[in-house]
Write a protein that binds this ligand. Structure first.
Ligand code: FES
Length: 177
């Protein structure tokens, strides 16, 4: 069997099969790099040395080339993050509308500093460049969810949505009953 087959992969069999298909899909294999890194990060939690090595091998480029591309994208990370990674945009539009106050409030509420991870592993928080929601600044992204038009006082409620997703769903169902 080839070393990139699912039996030799550090990824789940389903993801290994997805990667096998992805590298065949593009005329130039390295076009699959970003989607592969995103899928790998979703499964493993971050781009570990082993992830970088396997992705490089599957695409046929060096690990350094993988790192050079990955470091450009703020949504890709080389260290474990919390289950919910909070990315606060502090680029110009968001900064002018109070992004740093929002960023500080997240750190205060979570008891962590910049790029910190809470001791229960539930949350991490970091400052990022523009996330493409400038019209609704200040904006943040929690994993793949966007929250916009924020104020520091809205921060505790946002955290609760992720701490208690099931209770919130039940409350919504009760309201709608
Ligand atoms: S400047 Fe914050 S989303 Fe663009």
């Amino acid at each position: 069997m080839s070393p990139t087959s699912e039996t030799m992969s550090l990824f789940s069999p389903a993801l290994a099969r997805r990667f096998d298909a992805l590298v065949e899909k593009y005329p130039v294999k390295r076009s699959a790099l970003i989607p592969m890194l995103l899928y790998a990060q979703d499964e493993v939690g971050y781009l570990s040395d082993a992830v970088v090595a396997e992705v490089a091998q599957r695409i046929g480029i060096t690990e350094l080339e993988v790192r050079n591309v990955a470091t450009y994208y703020s949504m890709l990370r080389f260290k474990p993050a919390g289950k919910f990674n909070i990315q606060v945009c502090t680029n110009i539009s968001c900064m002018l509308r109070g992004a740093y106050e929002v960023y500080e409030r997240f750190q205060e509420e979570l008891g962590v500093g910049p790029k910190g991870v809470t001791s229960d592993g539930l949350f991490s928080v970091e400052e990022v460049e523009c996330i493409g929601a400038c019209c609704w600044a200040p904006a943040i992204q929690v994993n793949y969810d966007f929250h916009d038009d924020l104020k520091p006082d809205l921060v505790p409620g946002i955290l609760d949505q992720y701490r208690n997703p099931i209770q919130d769903q039940e409350k919504d169902q009760e309201k709608n009953a």
